[in-house]
Ligand binder design. Structure first.
Ligand code: PNS
Length: 166
């Protein structure tokens, strides 16, 4: 009898900070894979608002209810990390057509580097399709309401950062 081998998926990103859009993708992923590893990239050429540790703390707090979700950091190439973890898939969320070009390029590059790890695209629900970490940061910085678009752990920290609407 063949034994079921655990399917591991990596969900990589900057998660600066995690949003309800990310949580939407995670909720879909946990039903498809045995283990989902949220992997925060160390090298993504982006300036971040939150440090790595703080981002990971918020992610752990926000996904504490999932037994098969873990949070890690990775350096270097995503594909090398995915291979080293024994992952079958890399998960990316798609919101709109505008995401597609960049995602398509990245998926093909990763496939070229190693064809053994498949990139899987999952769609967010329509209600989360407009949410991005970049916009959340902008709205929070300028004193706008972000409730319902980010998990409570993130909302709290953004409020602490931008007390007084600045
Ligand atoms: O949430 P983001 O910022 O869209 O995630 C982008 C991320 C982190 C997945 C991407 O920048 C990445 O994979 N960085 C690690 C370095 C790497 O492997 N680059 C080549 C990808 S083609």
């Amino acid at each position: 009898m063949s034994q079921h081998k655990k399917t591991i998926a990596i969900y990589p990103g900057s998660f600066d900070p995690m949003t309800n859009g990310h949580l939407d993708i995670i909720e879909r992923s946990v039903h498809l894979f045995d283990e989902v590893v949220l992997a925060v990239a160390q090298d993504n050429n982006k300036e971040s608002l939150f440090g790595l540790e703080e981002r990971m703390t918020m992610m752990r707090e926000s996904t504490a209810g999932y037994e098969n979700v873990s949070v890690e950091v990775f350096g270097g190439l995503l594909i090398h990390y995915a291979k080293q973890k024994g992952a079958a898939a890399i998960i990316r969320g798609l919101r709109a057509v505008s995401d597609f070009e960049y995602e398509f390029q990245m998926a093909l590059m990763n496939r070229r580097l190693d064809s053994g790890v498949e990139t899987v695209f999952l769609m967010t629900s329509a209600e989360n399709a407009f949410i991005s970490s970049t916009m959340i940061k902008q709205v929070a910085t300028l004193g706008g309401e972000i409730r319902g678009m980010v998990p409570p752990a993130v909302e709290r920290r953004l409020a602490d950062r931008f007390k007084g609407g600045k």
